[in-house]
Write a new protein. Sequence first.
Length: 422
Amino acid sequence: MSIAVVLAIPDIDDEPLIVAALEDSSAGISIARRCVDAIDLVGALSHSQCSAAVISPGLPRLGSSLLEQIIHRDIALIGVVSPGDSRGAAFLDELGISPIIVLPEADASGAALAIAQAAHRADRSPVPLTVPPEPSGDRGEAEGPMVLPEPSHAGLIVVWGPTGSPGRTSIAIGLADEITRMNEPVLLIDADVYGASIPLSLGVWEEASGLAIACRQAASSDFDAAALAQCARSLNEHWRILTGVQRVQRAGELGGRALARLWEVCRTLPGYVLVDIGPIIDMDEEWSADRHQPRPGYVARSALDAADLVVVVGSADPIGMNRLGQGLGDLARLRPDPPMIAVTQVRSSVLGRRPHHQVCQVLAEHASLGPATLIDDDRAAYDMALRDGRTLAEAAPRSRARAGVRELAQQLTAARMAVTAP
């Protein structure tokens, strides 16, 4: 009988060799997930049917507050330490992790055998885990399992900006975070084939592209919301992410028919689906998702065609505002409905005194630009968030930029309610 385990031992030098030894052995162990930090571990256990989690003391963000979310569940916690790491063993013991295995030095096969034996000894019936979010900032602790609302329309929202629009991905992440703080479920999809960066921004490392996997599975007739959830990474009980492709050459893996099916399934999900797309839109009037060698811009075009609402991001400087106007003109030829507009990096160093007034004046002079949410520049806060792999609200809850993103999220939810109103 094969036992599914989650490995959370990124600081163990022989981790890749141990993984290979476990996979190649006949020890009856299958690796459900390899995790890079404790939040990643909690997320993996939220949708993995596993019997044990193998944890090392150097796992980033490992602490009692996170372990409390899983330690009372029927999942065995197995600690592993390198030879001579008495401090690490003491740390795991203080957290209540038992047993603790001292791995043999420079012997991946022996380490794999020791882990397999411990997993078999601790084998229990796996129980699905509903993960409460880690308390942070003004986010309250969950009081029970997530209750999903009924699926509703107008939940597929695309975040787009023309070339040179800084902040598009940051806005997508910020919106997802703020909406989850309203206790709404969110799936955030990284569909920017030119520069997928959502996992890195959130401090999550992913070997495979969840988006590519979902597109491959979308070709099957039984692809549904449950199958899509298995392709995504869970950050907390409300928030999942679907990681993108890292190179534009891989855009061909995201077939047009598969994307169309993916958006169709996304629109059946409860809550919100936010899609971060690249700047290039395929404007070919004879655009076809079934080209033998489709252009990368078709991924963004496919998402825009399926979207219920679109958020367009521009930057508050002369070049950014000019590109925003041109981009909105291109978008209007694809979609007649007006998008929501977010202007980022509003600052006096470029616009002079009263920068908000200057941006509003430019918007008023160009009918195509319309009203917008202005988001102050706060480079220090964003740098802190990026450094720590956290959201802006977690890293700098009182940031001026965060206030603008939160206002945009509130407007977005109001706009969605207006669309869905009978």
